[in-house]
Design a protein around this ligand. Structure first.
Ligand SMILES: [Zn+2]
Ligand SMILES: [Zn+2]
Length: 203
């Protein structure tokens, strides 16, 4: 799996293009605000977009999803509990444990990680975790929205912290000192690690 991390919009959003080198089939995670940049990048690398994967319904992550869907014919996917909040069409309604295949080589598992939104998900595969607004480098998602719930986010974070510590964290915003990190780094340095019960002291 090849991964491109792109900065889109004016809220430091990260969007990801995942592609299968053997087939040039691709998926975009959280297209955000800059569909033209995405279309250019897809075209430049000869990629065929199959899926537009939303980590959650918030506008800064889904703004150009419909446009991109119309332009490419790709399927929009979102967790069932966020679909009612999203006012546009969703082709593939996701549930916890669903497996998505892109091309021949990409396999992603859907992990339902509610708390920031009711239907927030992380996509997990190939040693990487695409966390949207569930987990950032050094921080975690806001829980002051009407449909957020702080204890629920804590439970979601404790769950993802059970994945291998070497897993690379690919966050939904560029809020940290580095664009990516690992679960081990987050256990040691995340500002909410103690409160949410996943803190691990450095050796
Ligand atoms: Zn959000
Ligand atoms: Zn966001």
């Amino acid at each position: 799996m090849e991964v491109k991390q792109l900065k889109v919009g004016n809220m430091d959003n990260f969007c990801y293009i995942l592609s299968c080198p053997a087939t040039n089939r691709a998926a975009v995670i959280d297209p955000g605000a800059d569909a033209e940049l995405l279309l250019d990048t897809l075209q430049r690398h000869g990629l065929i977009l199959e899926y537009i994967l939303a980590t959650h319904f918030h506008y800064d992550h889904t703004d150009q999803a419909s446009f991109l869907r119309r332009e490419t014919g790709a399927l929009t996917a979102m967790h069932e509990e966020d679909v009612p909040h999203y006012k546009q069409e969703v082709d593939t309604v996701l549930r916890d444990g669903d497996i998505l295949h892109i091309g021949e080589s990409i396999r992603l598992e859907v992990l339902h990680t509610p708390g920031h939104t009711p239907g927030g998900v992380c996509y997990y595969g190939h040693g990487r975790l695409f966390t949207g607004d569930t987990l950032f480098v050094g921080d975690s998602g806001r829980t002051d929205f009407a449909c957020s719930h702080r204890p629920t986010l804590g439970a979601s974070l404790r769950r993802v912290m059970e994945l291998p510590e070497s897993t690379t964290v690919m966050p939904g915003h560029d809020y940290g000192p580095t664009p990516t990190s690992t679960l081990l780094q987050e256990k040691r340095h995340n500002i909410n690690a103690v409160e949410y019960g996943f803190y691990k002291e450095s050796a």
